[in-house]
Design a protein around this ligand. Structure first.
Ligand code: MBD
Ligand code: FE
Length: 285
């Protein structure tokens, strides 16, 4: 196969993102919110739509084109992609208000639960010829009082050297560059992997078409995803970026924060090393 034939399409990643979301989500339409809250939130959302239509004198053909686009986002399975790129950062900011411990960021559409469990000093699963600069990511998980969190889990996943995620690109082996690393009794970990490339929203699907039609760019800066968790602590979902990388200052998903930028230092063995500690906040009292 040529590289072009192997390249994942928007449909590959969109359909799998929707399947993964439906398999994992614990929420159901109609659960939880009171009629008063549903009414208030949905009315505010619709008020915004109506106001936009009046302000921009939106035409019938634009209205019908929008309807067509919305149908295609659903059929292409791109609602997780679209919502995580353009909306999730705001939900994360509201959720994080008043929380202590390490900074978080958005989950995104490419998390797959139940990755392989790995010891505290480990390499992520990768291909024999995996490309990219070698990265050693090491540190300690502490609580807000400064005590180590023994056995904390670092659920880590990231894109490869071309910006593709395993599970959402048919040419990649299942579980590639994904793992649940279990910290040692001092909360310490040392993870060997490769540096990912920036992520590009697929240009052949409806989200990419919108981005192009609006003259925006489709890029996220290179990033590692992590969920750091331990019983009795609030889990931290976060992303870590790389100093000097492209798109750091204009992430299409608006999910960067200064505290989340790494600067791995080149070592004599050719790897780059980064120390980073996580701080977890206790859930109760
Ligand atoms: C990603 O890799 C990602 O992390 C987010 C938040 C959205 C789209 C692709
Ligand atoms: Fe990502």
């Amino acid at each position: 196969m040529t590289r072009a034939e192997q390249s994942p399409t928007a449909a590959d990643s969109g359909a799998s993102a929707t399947q993964v979301f439906r398999a994992n989500q614990q929420y159901h339409v109609g659960d939880g919110a009171s009629p008063e809250r549903v009414s208030a939130v949905v009315k505010a959302l619709l008020d915004g739509v109506h106001e936009t239509i009046r302000t921009y004198e939106v035409t019938y053909s634009e209205f019908q084109a929008a309807k067509q686009w919305l149908i295609e986002v659903g059929e292409g399975g791109e609602w997780p992609l679209f919502l995580d790129v353009f909306v999730e950062h705001e939900v994360e900011e509201v959720a994080a208000a008043g929380q202590q411990g390490s900074k978080g960021s958005i989950l995104g559409p490419y998390y797959v639960p139940d990755a392989v469990k790995l010891p505290s000093v480990t390499s992520l699963p990768m291909r024999a010829d995996e490309q990219g600069r070698r990265l050693v990511f090491a540190g300690q998980v502490l609580d807000t009082g400064g005590a180590p969190v023994a056995g904390a889990e670092l659920d880590i996943w990231h894109a490869d050297h071309e910006g593709y995620y395993s599970g959402f690109a048919p040419h990649l082996p299942e579980g590639n560059l994904r793992g649940v690393v279990v910290a040692d009794d001092d909360g310490r970990f040392e993870i060997s992997t490769i540096e990912p490339a920036p992520y590009q929203i697929p240009t052949d699907g409806p989200t990419g078409q919108l981005v192009q039609a609006a003259g925006w760019h489709p890029w996220r800066p290179a990033h590692l995803h992590l969920i750091v968790r331990a019983p009795g602590y609030r889990p931290i979902t976060t992303q870590l970026y790389f100093a000097g990388g492209n798109w750091l200052d204009n992430d299409v998903a608006q999910a960067t924060k200064p505290e989340l930028v790494l600067d791995p230092q080149p070592q004599s063995d050719g790897t780059a090393r980064q120390e980073y500690d996580f701080v977890l906040e206790p859930t109760s009292q």
